[in-house]
Design a protein around this ligand. Structure first.
Ligand code: NCD
Length: 304
């Protein structure tokens, strides 16, 4: 039985297969509409979500299956003190696959040790978010036609942004990837990712606090929200929250085929005047999330 806890649980070949499967689902949705007939997904969300939870549930429904679950810790037995391990054991009796989001790093991994069905990490604290990475890779592939020979800028909260962490781990396995890390000093990419991934894999990278400095060189710009819920101190959040605001004017120097991604939700970091720019991909990206999760559910449930 396979789980997806970390994006590196999948080989690059498997990721490429998932992307091809998602493209096939997009082209021939009817061929997949009964593939998971009689199956159920449980979405166990201990933290807020719109896209991730609803796209998992929509993905299972579009495969002919059903969805059940909870959308906050307060309306589950976690509020009575039940452990993740016990919840995972119990829910294994009710569903064929589990998607779990939790504020504590490692909670979905613990669930996978006790569950009798596949567990998918749908975001664990400030750590990882592998299915957002699959969504991002599908989006880059559909926009650019490739996942190698790319210069990718990550802008915003690189410290707490779990989507950034997982995407960097995944991209580091492709060829000729250049990474530009754009953040305020307090929100820089954690040192363990710099050391164990960028330096260890000899990936070309630069760190800057200036969004405009490298903008003309980027093929992909990955904007992120400052992760308010991970701050200890409200004053720090308020000081840092508007560090970067991408506007249509700032894009004047960017490539004409730049792809602007954002895992969403956006707060202030992309002005609405960017939404109509053909380079804005973040709404298509959110749509892609459903298709790649359909492909992932099929893989983990071993449906042909
Ligand atoms: C992201 C998350 O939850 O980490 N959202 C998402 O899943 N699309 C990004 C965020 O909350 O800023």
């Amino acid at each position: 039985m396979r789980h997806l806890i970390d994006i590196l649980d999948l080989s690059t070949e498997e990721i490429d297969e998932l992307i091809q499967k998602a493209c096939d689902i997009i082209a021939h949705p009817d061929a997949y509409s009964e593939k998971c007939h009689g199956k159920k997904i449980a979405t166990l969300f201990y933290e807020p979500s719109t896209r991730t939870r609803l796209s998992f549930e929509a993905a299972m429904m579009e495969l002919g299956g059903k969805a059940l679950g909870f959308s906050s810790a307060s309306n589950s037995s976690a509020s009575k003190g039940e452990t993740v391990a016990d919840t995972a054991r119990i829910v294994s009796n009710y569903a064929d696959i589990i998607a779990m989001r939790h504020p504590k790093e490692g909670a979905p991994m613990v669930a996978s040790m006790y569950a009798k069905v596949p567990v998918i990490n749908a975001g664990d604290g400030g750590h990882n978010h592998p299915t957002q990475t699959l969504t991002d890779l599908l989006t880059i592939y559909r926009e650019k036609g490739r996942l190698d020979h790319l210069t990718i800028g990550f802008c915003g909260d690189l410290k707490f942004g779990r989507t950034v962490h997982s995407l960097i781990l995944a991209l580091a396995r492709y060829t000729d990837i250049r990474i530009v890390l754009i953040s305020p000093d307090e929100l820089k990419l954690p040192d363990y990712i710099i050391q164990d991934t960028l330096i260890a894999k000899n990936i070309s990278y630069v760190e800057t606090a200036d969004l405009e400095e490298y903008l003309p060189e980027l093929d992909v710009l990955y904007m992120t929200r400052v992760q308010q819920e991970r701050f200890f101190n409200e004053a720090d959040y308020i000081r840092l929250k508007d560090s970067y605001i991408l506007t249509r004017d700032k894009l004047a120097t960017a490539k004409s085929d730049l792809s602007i991604l954002h895992p969403l939700p956006r707060v202030n970091e992309i002005a609405v005047d960017v939404d109509d720019d053909p380079r804005a991909c973040y709404f298509t990206q959110a749509g892609n999330g459903k298709y790649i999760r359909m492909a992932l559910i099929l893989k983990l449930l071993e449906v042909e």
